[in-house]
Design a protein around this ligand. Sequence first.
Ligand code: ATP
Ligand code: MG
Length: 170
Amino acid sequence: MKGYVQIYTGNGKGKTTASLGLALRGAGAGLRVFVGQFLKQGNYSEINALARFKNVTVEQYGMGKFVKGVPSNEEKAAARDGYARLCDILATGTYDLVIVDEGNVAVTCNLISEAELLDLIDQKPDTVELVITGRGALPSVVDRADLVTEMLDIKHYFRQGVTARKGIEK
Ligand code: ATP
Ligand code: MG
């Protein structure tokens, strides 16, 4: 099957959950699914849920807090290892669906470069479906994609002071 490049971006809720919905669908179809999450560490319920599928792998390349300002050496090292791992995963073609969660944010936080993210897209074997999520997809990334969906923030309870809830946002 031919694989395409999908981007879920924008300020509204649903980017990561859309990619996880696709992971669920792919898992049900017997696809080999790999989810790599930049910036995140632990504490996400999808890890527990997806652990039930033997054809789904989830890895995290963050320190468990959002990068503020200049990333620390620790944050950079975790992202660097994650990026190398994703290159490997793509090159070997051992997964049919590869999801790079918060890949766009990894670029805007200077954890990986724009060129590195573009390289990842270019390395994709023809049969692999690649999904990149995160706010602020750069024009060059949008340009390389076959499908781009922007989640539009019309209303968000975050503005009522509701922070991330277990099972809903994490
Ligand atoms: P989800 O994981 O629920 O699909 P997402 O991937 O679209 O959301 P992210 O940009 O990754 O959204 O970040 C979501 C986190 O940021 C949430 O924990 C949420 O509480 C917080 N947040 C703050 N402002 C907003 C906003 N305007 N829209 C969405 N999330 C917001
Ligand atoms: Mg997200």
